[in-house]
Each structure stands twice: as structure tokens, then as C-alpha cells.
Write a protein that binds this ligand. Structure first.
Ligand code: NOJ
Length: 583
């Protein structure tokens, strides 16, 4: 998409106008609909690392319930809870052995119901993480499939196939696991001889379901109803793009994650984006619509380009989809402008809201990523002690600015627990502590995602910074964690926590989530991105020096430490501001 940021020639600007900013025509008009999910701010809780009420070192549901009043002060609409279901925890709970239960690690079904109802009393919905692409190899359906014969109804719930070549020693096709290595694992026959293979897009402990089998579809409809009956506010759908595999599962020469390569466009990947998905999403939407309160479906669909992702949120499909293109974007004005413009165009075309996200449990936190100049963000490949370390002050400064700018965009937004404290990753975690299967399956070549999953700090002078009453933590916290504790930030008006609170309150007051968007053309300021959303001007200075602001009355600033660096109509380096337009 061509954006109006670069005027053909700055000298074309009217001579009498000294402002370097010129408003371009609107790139996005508000939708006619004003449903809650079109502007929702959703806070992701990773239960393992939020709050441990028992002292086990593992966060739990009762810990979350106890902290609901603090979450409510942020002003979010919903909580997305990463999986808390029974699981052998080979992929931190994304290997589910019972979709309708609670792992004793995290509490009981009673705890889950209390959390849902207490959250509702704060006006917060609970969004459940459903993992339909695969389950755990300890799920009863998979153990039954292993015990059953090739060709049985039990095996038809998964992708079992005979090997190729002599003795069937070659896997059925060349598909790889996204966590590294072959996507196929061979199982023995009851008599101990080598038997069939099963497919797993992730770890060998995560067998993929066969979504062409109506029995699989029925299983998940029951699960959706189970949680909707319990009062859930909707679902985040894990790996929604991979549920169906192309008939016959043909070999694929492209990258295992579908990253386009010459001759292998994403659109041809036989394990992603199959058209049959959409009839399942339509059915799920119908089920959600049977329940009160507009439960939502949000897809984790790693689909490119954005125009194709829009099919996931077309009328009658899911309500929202994560916008990973935005999350992947570097600290670069033109790249950001392009992804914002393209996202709005793609989603507007199907009357769906765009969502914005900067951090989650699968990527380096944005306070860490933005501490590198030009670092490419390889999703899932974290930073370890042997890597170049980020500039943490720069990273946090830019992260604050990026969040303020993001919250001023029209659409929904996702926040990841701890980003409101300005947390970065633990980038010096020793290998001995790592639990991510990405690290284990790649023999340590890929550092993995543990660094962004570290238990968060609550109280600066308590054991484990208040995460756990005993001081236990399932992953070690970095030494400087106490300085980011919530209790200290509560008292500091300029803390990142208070910046998030102010930005969220203003966003709601100004109606920015349901707003419009027009870019400013500002060719003399190549590292400044400025947009107008209704009467609010939203400016991001990506440069290392102060820049002039457009005209307007300041509403909010973001900067490293302390209040705004802006003075005399200037916006500080790596900072963001919202202004009330005066013209
Ligand atoms: C996406 C989840 O966010 C990630 O944490 C998990 O490892 C994979 N899906 C597999 O379920």
C-alpha cells in the first residue's frame, strides 16, 4: 500500500504553512458496529507465571482470582488465559490431555468457575485458550489410537500413516515439526515390531488431530459448549491455520513454518490455510452466538498476506485475529505505517476490527526486542546469555512509546502480563533451566521462549518478588526484577504501570478503539509517524532526537523515566504523545 508519508517534494507544501505535518485523507472510517470486541483491550495471563498462591513455584488460578482487583485497575475488557487444562506440560500446557478439566498444578474446576464469576463482577470476561490442532500424547483419544489397529476408527482421529520404502523406514512425507526435526514419529505395533507413523506439527508429544473426521469436530463442539456453559467470554484458537491438512498430505518444499520461499508461496503450504477450515469456524461462530454476552473467537492464525488473513474474520467467521505482521515490525517508521495501513485496509474490507499486539508468551517481549537496532524478530527464537544483550533502557523507552502509539490506534489490542511493568525477557537464563521444547528439539540451537515467560514481580522486598509465598519460581527471575515490582510502580506517578493505566483510561474516554485513522504526511520528519484518530493526534517519534509536534493540546506522553521529554512543542526521542487536535 502506498502511504502519504513522503510528499513528492517538500517544496510543494504551501509556503505560508510552517507545520511539517499535513493531514491526508482518512485511511479508515469507523465501522457501523460498536460491539465490545471491536475495541476490546485483552490482557493475556500466562497462568504459570502470574501469581502462585500455594508456594509451589507455579502460578495458579487462585492466584489470578486474588489479583483481579489489580487487573481491574488497568481497565481491560477481558483476560485471555493460556492453557490451564490437565497436561503433561511438555509444551507448557499446549499439550492438553483433557480439554474439560483443570490441571492440579493450577487448581480445580471450582477455582476456574470462581475465577470466571469473580472476573465478571469486575466486568472482565475470561477467554479460554483452545488447542484444536493437536492434543497431548496422553489424551485418552490418542492412547486409544495407539492401542488400536492401523485403519481403526481410533486411529482415524489423528494422522496415522504407513512409512515409505524398505521396511517402511521413511516417514510418510517430508513435513517438518515447527519445533525442529521430522514431523513424524513411529510407534511400535502391539507385538513390538515397528508400526505406523503419526504426524505432529509441534513436539512428538503433541499429535495432530484429523479435522476431516467429523468425530473430531464433534469433540471440540462439546468442549466449546462446556466452557461457554461455565461462563467463558470466548476462545483464543491456537494454531487455527493448521487444523486441516491438504488431502493426501503431499510433500512440501517450503519452509516448515510456511515462510514463503521462491517457488513455495505460503498459499500453497499443504499444512496451512486449507479452505475446509472456514466451515468449522462458521459452526463455532454459530455456537458462540447461541450464548449471551457475545462470546468471541480470536484466531492465532499465522497467515500471510494480511488480505488472506482477513478470510479468518470475514462475516460469520471469527471475530478477531492476532495481527502478527504488526508484532513482527521493526522500529521503523515506514514499515510500521505500511503494516498499519495494510491491516486496516484488509480488515475493513470484511468489516472486521484490526487487532494490535506487541508481546506474548511466544516472542521476545517488546521491551527487549526494541533494545536492539534493527534486530529481526524471529518468532520463538529468544535471546540467551551467549547472545549480544539488548540496551534495556533504550528497549524500555521505545516499548513505552510503542504501546502508547498502539493504544491510540483504532481496533482491539492485546497486552501480555508484565508489559505494563516494563518487563523485558530474562536474556541471561542458563540453559539448565530451559523447558521450551524448541530448545530441547534443536539441541539448544534455538534458545526458545522461556525468557519471556519468567514469573512476574509483585512486591520488591518479598521472596520471589512476591510471585510465590515460598520464594519458589519455576523459572528463575533476573536479578533486577525487584526494581520492576508492581508495589514500587503503584507509588510512582511516572511508572510504566501508571502510564498504561492513563493510556487505557484515555483510550476509553476518547473512544479511540472505535475511531478512525488518517495519516499525516511529514516528509521532513522521516522518523516520525503521526496519525489522527477522531480529534486525537497520535505521534510516535522513532528517532533519537526531539522533533516538533503537530499543533494540539497535549494529553499524554511517554518517555524513558520521568514525564515527557517534550517541551516547547517538541516530542522527545523515542517517545509518543497524544494531543487534542486544535485544527
Ligand atoms: C502456539 C502457542 O502460542 C505456543 O505457545 C505453542 O507452543 C504452539 N501454539 C503449539 O501449541
Amino acid at each position: 500500500m502506498s502511504l502519504p508519508l513522503h510528499a513528492p517534494d517538500a517544496s510543494d507544501a504551501p509556503a505560508q504553512d510552517p507545520s511539517p505535518y499535513a493531514l491526508a485523507p482518512a485511511a479508515h472510517e469507523p465501522s457501523a458496529g460498536d460491539q465490545w470486541w471491536r475495541r476490546a483491550v485483552i490482557y493475556q495471563i500466562y497462568p504459570r507465571s502470574f501469581k502462585d498462591s500455594t508456594g509451589s513455584g507455579m502460578g495458579d488460578l487462585a492466584g489470578i482470582t486474588a489479583e483481579l482487583p489489580k487487573i481491574a485497575t488497568l481497565g481491560v475488557d477481558a483476560i485471555w488465559l493460556s492453557p490451564f487444562f490437565p497436561s503433561p506440560q511438555k509444551d507448557a500446557g499446549y499439550d492438553v490431555s483433557d480439554y474439560r478439566g483443570v490441571d492440579p498444578l493450577f487448581g480445580t474446576m471450582e477455582d476456574a468457575k470462581t475465577l470466571i464469576s469473580d472476573a465478571a463482577s469486575f466486568g472482565i470476561r475470561i477467554i479460554i485458550d483452545i488447542v484444536p490442532n493437536h492434543c497431548s500424547n496422553e489424551h485418552a483419544l490418542f492412547t486409544a489410537a495407539l492401542a488400536a489397529a492401523p485403519g481403526s476408527a481410533e486411529r482415524a482421529m489423528f494422522h496415522f500413516a504407513d512409512g515409505l520404502g524398505e521396511g517402511g523406514n521413511t516417514p510418510p512425507n517430508n513435513w517438518q515439526s515447527l519445533f525442529g526435526g521430522s514431523g513424524w514419529t513411529r510407534v511400535p505395533n502391539p507385538d513390538g515390531t515397528p508400526g505406523q507413523y503419526y504426524f505432529h506439527l509441534f513436539d512428538a508429544t503433541q499429535p495432530d488431530f484429523n479435522w476431516r473426521n467429523p468425530a473430531v469436530q464433534e469433540e471440540f463442539e462439546k468442549t466449546l459448549r462446556f466452557w461457554l456453559d461455565a461462563g467463558a467470554g470466548g476462545f483464543r484458537i491456537d494454531v487455527a491455520h493448521a487444523m486441516f491438512k491438504k488431502e493426501g498430505m503431499p510433500d512440501w518444499g517450503g519452509a516448515p513454518d510456511g515462510t514463503p520461499r521462491p517457488g513455495y508461496p505460503f498459499a500453497d503450504a499443504p499444512m496451512f490455510g486449507q479452505p475446509e477450515l472456514h466451515q468449522v469456524f462458521a459452526r463455532w461462530r454459530e455456537i458462540c452466538e447461541e450464548y449471551p454476552g457475545e462470546p468471541v473467537l480470536c484466531s492465532e492464525a499465522n497467515v500471510r498476506p494480511l488480505s488472506r488473513l482477513a478470510d479468518w474474520v470475514a462475516p460469520g467467521q471469527m471475530h478477531q485475529s492476532f495481527n502478527f505482521d504488526f508484532l513482527r515490525t521493526l522500529w521503523d517508521r515506514d514499515a510500521l505505517a505500511e503494516v498499519i495501513g495494510d491491516s486496516l485496509a484488509a480488515f475493513d474490507a470484511v468489516d472486521a476490527p484490526t487487532t494490535w499486539v506487541l508481546s506474548n508468551h511466544d516472542v521476545s517481549r517488546h521491551a527487549t526486542r526494541f533494545g536492539y537496532d534493527g534486530r529481526a524478530m524471529d518468532l520463538g527464537d529468544g535471546i540467551g546469555p551467549r547472545d549480544a544483550q539488548p540496551d534495556t533502557v533504550l528497549g524500555r523507552t521505545r516499548a513505552r512509546a510503542a504501546t502508547v502509539f498502539m493504544l491510540g490506534l483504532p481496533g482491539g489490542a492485546y497486552l501480555y502480563q508484565g508489559e505494563e511493568l516494563g518487563l523485558g525477557d530474562n536474556t541471561t537464563l542458563e540453559d539448565a533451566y530451559r523447558q521450551d521444547p524448541t530448545f530441547l528439539r534443536s539441541n539448544g540451537e534455538r534458545i526458545g521462549r522461556d525468557g519471556c515467560r519468567v514469573p512476574i514481580p509483585w512486591v520488591h522486598d518479598a521472596p520471589a518478588c512476591g510471585f510465590s509465598p515460598t520464594g519458589e519460581t519455576w523459572l528463575p527471575q533476573p536479578e533486577n526484577w525487584a526494581g520492576f515490582s508492581r508495589d514500587l510502580q503503584e507509588q510512582d506517578p511516572d511508572s510504566t504501570l501508571n502510564l498504561y493505566r492513563k493510556a487505557l483510561a484515555l483510550r476509553s474516554e476518547l473512544g479511540l478503539g472505535l475511531g478512525s485513522l488518517a495519516f499525516y504526511a511529514n516528509p521532513q520528519l522521516p522518523e516520525v509517524l503521526a496519525i489522527r484518530n477522531g480529534d486525537t493526534v497520535n505521534v510516535l517519534n522513532l528517532s533519537g532526537a526531539p522533533v516538533p509536534l503537530p499543533e494540539g493540546e497535549p494529553l499524554l506522553f511517554s518517555a524513558a523515566d520521568g514525564p515527557a521529554l517534550a517541551a516547547d512543542g517538541l516530542l522527545g526521542a523515542n517517545s509518543a504523545a497524544w494531543l487534542r487536535a486544535t485544527a
